[in-house]
Design a protein around this ligand. Structure first.
Ligand code: NAD
Length: 689
């Protein structure tokens, strides 16, 4: 019929193949083709019905998001679904791979759904700043009820075929050839079976409200979550045609909202980040056995991430006591997961059987890849590398999890520095998705590729960066925190700054974060770098003074805040007076800050530092910077990251604010070129609507 849709006949049934590789995105051409195919089936008296099926590796894995920033062209998906429902002959969706978003909505518009056992279905629109706009909020509740629909749609849950079958979303799991199974199923189906003709199962109000409350909390009360809940609820109270029209109207509004643009921007950024041009042609080696050295906070988290992904792990410590502590920490995590029902006891045993805790360094010879997570000290790490390297097998890679140290200096301790890279995990390493894969001056591309591939195998989001102080994330965060400290000297208090940044959407304000991670880490780093400080550099002593008083954060029951026995933060009078006194001694006249001023100054600082990173070539992709801040530092994803934020501000305003920032930030402040982010306007996520 077209390049995108082809029809094959299996006796009296039409097999309508959707062919839009790689993921059969539901684009305009696909919608047009399906519509024509349905008309053909309707008018061909030799046919009793049709099966919609994906060519290649999947059904429709989602709508074509590139279309969503511009006016949508006809036929839009609801018209295609209406045509299927109006067709006098039954139409079946045969799902393999995934049926997501518009793909599942299309399938829900069919008279039945059959699926391959390894397929996946879901409505992820809310996670992209929208709501399902082609009947998903009306048809799903008719199959699974309102509370379950709220849970699934608001979280954008992807369900495996068996679970979807159990819930009634899928009518049958296919055995053998999917197309043949679907044709047989259609022949036994007989007549039409519209989902919309069903009534929504009754539910207890308290169950609906409990599901709504949980979804609102998890979804941070974003407009798309609120809208999804209201629209799903209407499936029980409003005639279908009216509810569908209202759903479509809300979808059309939301797909052009800032949240939707930002989330689409991150979606494309992530897709792009997985394509590393400079790594192409240099495949990563497959790794199955990894040694983790150091069983502290990070070492245990990394070991857990490796075990979760099915790898064998050698966990090495310097003494049996430290090893036992680490081993217990890992075992406890598994016990916790089993107790919460997240993991079967058998899987926990299987994972722990793949863990080899040891103090015997000779065991390292079995490892293909080593990740060190020992103390953050250059000499300690260099000595470790000198000791470890001769024990390793040929081709093994040594990755350091250092936060701030110079990878090249560490590598210089090695005979084969080309085998040394950085793998910067974030805490807790078994939970956080981000891993910065650091390519040092000596690192071989194959070593970087292997680190990248390993991180992906762990289900992480690897971002490649070149070696530089703080890499991408910690460097930006250090600049942000420093600017917030300047604001303390000039007139703000920690609680005011934290509240402002939390109101913007940061998971936690900078001072609450400092208290959580411990003020001593940055203190040690500042001391180590004190000799690099130049004259005229603005230096805020407040965090040093707190450390000198033993206020190292939560671990000492106090840092910028005090903490009660339940861990709630409270303003600390003594800290606030220390800040006022420091302002006075530095000659500042304290000024009031509005929330907006705090937010803009902080964000501008991050964007400025990001522009410097790009200019210095630490990374070549502005979009990678956004991914780092969102996935590693609690930057609100619905704001798209600092680059996306900057791209959406008038450049003249940014430049004026940047000049002011330069004036208050001391003579060593460097200005970045903020126009570098404005290219983001030309990305598919940001077409004019
Ligand atoms: P930690 O103090 O909790 O653990 C370090 C462990 O290493 C200890 O158990 C110690 O016994 C062991 N160790 C020290 N020297 C050793 C040696 N020579 N051989 C074997 N074991 C040795 O520290 P951590 O917080 O897990 O940090 C480890 C590394 O990870 C540091 O480089 C740190 O900068 C980095 N990092 C930490 C975080 C974080 O949030 N904690 C985040 C990212 C990166």
């Amino acid at each position: 019929m077209s390049d995108y849709i082809s029809i094959q006949r299996n006796g009296n049934v039409a097999l309508v193949y959707i062919n839009n590789p790689p993921v059969n995105a539901g684009s305009l051409a696909v919608r047009r083709g399906i519509l024509e195919a349905i008309e053909l089936v309707e008018h061909d008296s030799a046919l009793i019905g049709a099966v919609l099926i994906g060519a290649g590796k999947t059904f429709i894995a989602g709508s074509d998001l590139k279309e969503f920033g511009a006016p949508l062209e006809e036929p839009q998906l609801p018209s295609v679904i209406k045509a299927i429902e109006r067709c006098s002959k039954p139409v079946i969706a045969a799902i393999h791979g995934s049926a997501l978003g518009g793909g599942l909505e299309l399938a829900l518009g069919c008279d039945a759904r059959v699926a391959a056992i390894d397929s996946m279905v879901g409505l992820p629109e809310v996670t992209l700043g929208m709501i399902p706009g082609a009947g998903g909020t009306q048809r799903l509740p008719r199959l699974v009820g309102i509370p379950k629909s709220i849970e699934l749609i608001c979280a954008g849950t992807r369900l495996k075929a068996e679970e979807a079958h159990r819930l009634g979303i899928i009518d049958a799991i296919s055995i053998g050839n999917l197309a043949d199974f679907a044709v047989d199923y259609l022949r036994t189906l007989g007549s039409k079976r519209q989902v919309l003709a069903l009534s929504t199962p009754a539910a207890e109000t308290q169950d609906i409200e409990a599901a709504a409350a949980a979804a609102l909390k998890a979804g941070r009360h974003r407009p798309q979550v609120i809208a999804a809940i209201d629209t799903i609820k209407s499936a029980a109270s409003t005639p279908a045609d009216l509810a569908l029209a209202e759903e479509r109207r809300i979808f059309q509004d939301l797909r052009l909202s800032n949240d939707a643009f930002a989330l689409r921007h991150l979606f494309f950024a992530e897709r792009q980040s997985s394509k590393r041009l400079e790594l192409d042609g240099v495949p990563g080696a497959e790794v199955n056995r990894v040694a983790v050295i150091g069983a502290g906070t990070m070492g245990c988290g990394i070991a857990l991430a490796l075990l979760q992904a099915g790898l064998e792990v050698i966990l090495l410590e310097q003494n049996p006591t430290a090893l036992q502590t680490g081993q217990e920490r890992i075992a406890q995590e598994y016990q916790r997961r089993v107790a919460k029902g997240r993991l079967s006891q058998a899987s926990a045993y299987d994972a722990l059987a793949r863990l080899n805790p040891t103090v015997d360094w000779a065991q390292l010879s079995a490892a293909q890849f080593v990740i060190e997570a020992v103390f953050e000290d250059l000499q300690v790490k260099q000595e470790l590398l000198r000791k470890v390297e001769p024990l390793l097998r040929d081709g093994a890679i040594f990755a350091t999890n250092t936060s701030y140290l110079d990878i090249d200096q560490i590598a210089e301790a090695a005979q084969k520095p080309q085998q040394v890279i950085g793998m910067h995990f974030f805490s807790p390493a078994n939970v956080m998705r981000l891993v910065e894969v650091i390519s040092g001056m000596y690192s071989a591309p194959a070593a970087v590729s292997t680190g990248f591939a390993l991180a992906r195998r762990l289900g992480k989001l690897p971002i490649v960066a070149n070696n530089a102080f703080g890499f991408i994330g910690n460097r930006l965060y250090a600049a942000y925190r420093q600017q917030c400290e300047y604001m303390l000297e000039e007139g703000a208090l920690p609680s005011q700054i934290d509240q402002a940044m939390e109101a913007f959407g940061m998971a936690m304000g900078p001072f609450a974060v400092a208290d959580l991670s411990g003020l001593d880490i940055a203190w040690r780093m500042r001391k180590a770098r004190a000799h690099l400080r130049s004259e005229g550099e603005r230096y805020c002593r407040i965090p040093d003074l707190l450390c000198e008083q033993g206020r190292l954060g939560r671990k000492t029951q106090g840092g910028y805040y005090s903490y009660d026995e339940r861990g709630n933060r409270q303003e600390a009078e003594e800290v606030n007076s220390l800040i006022l006194q420091e302002s006075r001694s530095k000659g500042f006249t304290r000024q009031a800050f509005t929330q907006q001023q705090i937010i803009e100054r902080a964000l501008l600082t991050i964007a400025n530092e990001a522009a410097l990173l790009l200019a210095e070539g630490v990374t070549t992709r502005a979009t990678d910077i956004d991914l780092v801040m969102v996935n590693g530092f609690g930057f609100p994803k619905w704001e798209g990251g600092p680059g996306f934020w900057a791209a959406n501000q008038p450049l003249s305003k940014l430049n004026a604010q940047q000049s002011n920032l330069a004036k208050v930030s001391g003579s060593t402040f460097k200005m970045g070129d903020l126009s570098v982010f404005h290219y983001l306007h030309n990305q598919p996520s940001k077409r004019s609507a």
